[in-house]
Design a protein around this ligand. Structure first.
Ligand code: PMM
Length: 279
């Protein structure tokens, strides 16, 4: 069964004026809950990468994530840090993070690859073409083979960069980056294209939970996309099919529903005597 990576966003909560300590405590509690619900990894991030988001200062990002990582790692959790910045990756590893989840695959701050290489951490290289303020203008995939061929080629380049920096292959995970410089149909093509992604020869992490392509799949009577907080059943369905397609890890907001779905699949596989899955 794939690993479940539970999302812990440490971004300012507009409903709370309790300041930094309250924000960290809320994130730590949330992380603990996700672990209790069956998360294998908690992914702690201090920068929103939603389309159009602006970037926090590096000091701001550090002060958001480090206390949360320190506490959760000290309690024995496997923690990944969701960052594109080498300074944040370094501090996070010192605080106990075992995985650096870089949505830019080393393109935003190439020094992050050296930081990872010098540590024992694993590295998730996601497919990315540019920061959130301009990424939707980069969603063009005109080469033969379309988005799947382009993502395979561009992820292959990130593998080379990681190798040059000295990151061993057995510490590398790849991610097609659903929603990052991708339209809804690009995302579906990538979900359907997992066999080509697997052919790169690395474990695959996929994050589709609550993303807008699920919202546009499920429009309301007036044609407007399903709101973000009402995409859970579709997110769970996606977990199940990514598991059947051989994903190594699945990044989700609601761990409980995905863990339940994986329990159903595991039980069926047990019944079938471990027959290989369809990809
Ligand atoms: N998506 C988001 C943030 N980090 N990391 C990986 N590896 N893969 C993803 O798809 C991914 C990510 C953005 O999603 P959110 O704003 O819903 O957390």
């Amino acid at each position: 069964m794939p690993l479940l990576m539970g999302v812990v966003n440490v971004t300012p909560d507009s409903f709370s004026d309790g300041g930094r300590f309250v924000e960290a405590e809320a994130a730590i509690d949330h992380g603990r809950r996700l672990l209790a619900e069956g998360a294998d990894i908690v992914d702690v991030g201090g920068e929103s990468t939603r389309p159009g988001a602006t970037r926090p200062l590096v000091e701001e990002e550090l002060s958001r994530v480090v206390p949360v990582i320190t506490t959760l790692a000290a309690e024995g959790a496997v923690v990944s840090v969701d960052t594109m910045r080498s300074e944040v990756a370094r501090a996070a590893i010192e605080a106990g993070a075992g995985i650096v989840n870089d949505v830019s695959g080393g393109l935003a701050d190439p020094a992050i690859l050296d930081v990872v290489a010098d540590s024992g951490a694993s590295y998730v290289a996601m497919h990315w073409r540019g920061h959130a303020d301009r990424m939707q203008s980069l969603a063009h995939y005109d080469e033969p083979g379309g988005v799947v061929a382009a993502v395979v080629r561009e992820l292959g380049e990130r593998v080379e960069a990681a190798r040059v920096a000295g990151i061993p292959d057995d510490r590398l995970v790849l991610d097609p980056g659903l929603g990052f410089a991708k339209t809804a149909s690009h995302n579906w093509a990538l979900v359907a294209g997992t066999p080509q992604l697997h052919a790169l020869g690395f474990p695959l992490l996929v994050g589709g939970s609550r993303k807008s392509f699920l919202g546009s799949l499920l429009p309301g009577p007036d044609g407007s996309p399903r709101p973000v907080d009402d995409r859970e059943a579709a997110s769970t369905a996606l977990t199940l099919l990514l598991a059947q397609r051989g994903a190594w890890g699945i990044r989700v907001h609601d761990v409980r529903s995905s863990a339940d779905a994986l329990a159903v699949l595991a039980r069926l596989e047990q019944e079938r005597g471990g027959e290989p899955r369809d990809r």
